[in-house]
Design a protein. Structure first.
Length: 206
């Protein structure tokens, strides 16, 4: 990491959650009470769910999440139902980040996606991906970091703060977000600097 990135990571974060599904909603509810720089920002396609988290600020668009990223840090948690949705949303966020100036974005992907999406291309894959999620995040001009952190447990466990998170990626970024993960769950397992290993670790427990 550059010195500027390390400086940004020493600051309190702004938090956001994208994807308020069966797992994302209870997790976001806990995040809304975590000490941070401002209210939790949330986005999901079903805007009616915003009323279920009155402590959070519901955003009209994904692009609004990364507005004002300049000199600070934004930790964006994501939870998607499929590889295709994940790639679509991350693609939008990359374009928005290209208009940002400075700051640090840490993506914590809690989706249960295939390793070929969150890491390198698979040589046996019949579908050639334009970019993997990790590579897309690494190209963000604000210095984004992508962390693969699938959660182990059911929605009831998420509501009770009993989830286990297996996290992989940049170790400095992991150190920064680990207290947040510990706040919303029971245990955080640091796996590897290889983002695809976070998803592989989940497979061991499933």
């Amino acid at each position: 990491m550059s010195q500027a990135t390390k400086s940004a990571i020493s600051q309190p974060p702004r938090l956001a959650y994208i994807g308020l599904g069966n797992m994302g909603l209870p997790i976001a509810r806990h995040l809304a009470s975590y000490p941070s720089d401002g209210k939790l920002q949330v986005w999901t396609r079903s805007k009616g769910k915003y009323a279920l988290i009155p402590e959070a600020e519901g955003m009209d668009s994904i692009q609004d999440i990364l507005q004002g990223v300049s000199g600070g840090v934004v930790v964006v948690f994501t939870s998607f139902p499929s590889d295709e949705v994940a790639e679509e949303v991350y693609g939008i966020m990359v374009k928005q980040a290209q208009m940002a100036d400075g700051g640090q974005v840490i993506f914590v992907d809690q989706s249960t996606l295939q390793p070929t999406t969150s890491g390198e291309h698979s040589g046996n894959s019949s579908r050639v991906r334009l970019m993997t999620i990790a590579r897309i995040a690494s190209t963000m001009p604000v210095g984004a970091v992508y962390l693969a952190s699938p959660v182990i447990g059911q929605p009831a466990a998420a509501a009770a703060k009993q989830l286990v998170s297996a996290i992989a990626g940049n170790f400095e970024a992991i150190e920064y977000v680990k207290p947040i993960l510990d706040f919303i769950g029971r245990e955080t397992i640091v796996v590897s600097s290889d983002v695809s290993q976070g998803k592989s670790r989940f497979a061991v427990f499933s």
